[in-house]
Design a protein around this ligand. Structure first.
Ligand SMILES: Nc1ncnc2c1ncn2[C@@H]1O[C@H](COP(=O)(O)OP(=O)(O)OP(=O)(O)O)[C@@H](O)[C@H]1O
Ligand SMILES: [Mg+2]
Length: 233
């Protein structure tokens, strides 16, 4: 009885979490990292305790994922589970403890990236949701909405070609990598658009310039996380 009451209490106050979790989502090249890094700098400047975590960056796992990707040997399920393992490692080591310690945790991609990609790859939506079932819901999710062509142009201005998995070449959509990329990323956008309604995403027009977007991001952060409505946008 006492244990049940304690568990209920913990659930009510989000397992003792006093920090806030802010997430950026969107297709590759939509401008997520640019914006979250600017937000991080701004928060540090305000002396707020902040921690940034990036998708697919766990020291314990990322080399294995990179190897599997390089060999082009991952199936939808192994692709999904490797990313889920990477996430679990960062969640248990950093995200959750730091949220409990009162930090602002900034996540460059979160469970929604897995939902979108894995579902497009044919994994069962219910299964994917269960895999990430333990993860706390963020306080704020920014979704950077950009047309596929804008994202492709940005990616290709930084490196010569698209990558196998980012183009969804494992799905046999087309032999042409650009065509495959367009189809695959358009399907991911469809998933994001669906989630944006159900999960209350704050949509940022990713075609705006970097400063305009950052102004929107900061004012939403102040409004939703700091409960402080500003008039600057
Ligand atoms: N608003 C913008 N206008 C023009 N270029 C931009 C804008 N925002 C970002 N870029 C540029 O586009 C490229 C991709 O941006 P960024 O790395 O932030 O995207 P991302 O969403 O993090 O991509 P990925 O998912 O691949 O990590 C970078 O070269 C960046 O400088
Ligand atoms: Mg990025």
């Amino acid at each position: 009885m006492v244990i049940q009451q304690t568990q209920q209490k913990l659930k009510e106050n989000r397992y003792g979490v006093t920090g806030k979790l802010i997430v950026v989502e969107g297709i590759d090249g939509s401008g997520k990292s640019t914006q979250i890094r600017l937000l991080e700098k701004w928060l540090r400047f305000r002396n707020i305790r902040v921690f940034l975590t990036e998708w697919n960056s766990s020291e314990a796992i990322k080399d294995i994922t990179a190897k599997g990707k390089k060999k082009e040997k991952l199936t939808p399920t192994t692709f999904s589970l490797l990313h889920a393992t990477d996430f679990a490692d960062r969640y248990e080591r950093n995200i959750f403890p730091l949220l409990r310690a009162g930090y602002i945790v900034l996540a460059d991609r979160y469970i929604y990236t897995a939902y979108a990609r894995d579902i497009v790859r044919g994994c069962s939506p219910l299964w994917v949701k269960k895999v990430y079932g333990y993860a706390l819901k963020p306080d704020l999710v920014f979704y950077f909405r950009v047309p596929v062509d804008v994202a492709a142009d940005r990616i290709l201005s930084g490196r010569p070609r698209l990558k196998y998995y980012e183009a969804g070449m494992d799905l046999d959509l087309s032999n042409d990598i650009y065509e495959s990329y367009r189809v695959f990323q358009s399907r991911i956008i469809e998933q994001y658009e669906k989630m944006s309604k159900n999960e209350n995403f704050v949509i940022i027009d990713g075609t705006y310039n970097i400063e305009q977007q950052q102004q929107l991001v900061r004012s939403k952060f102040d409004e939703i996380v700091m409960n402080n409505k500003s008039d600057n946008g």
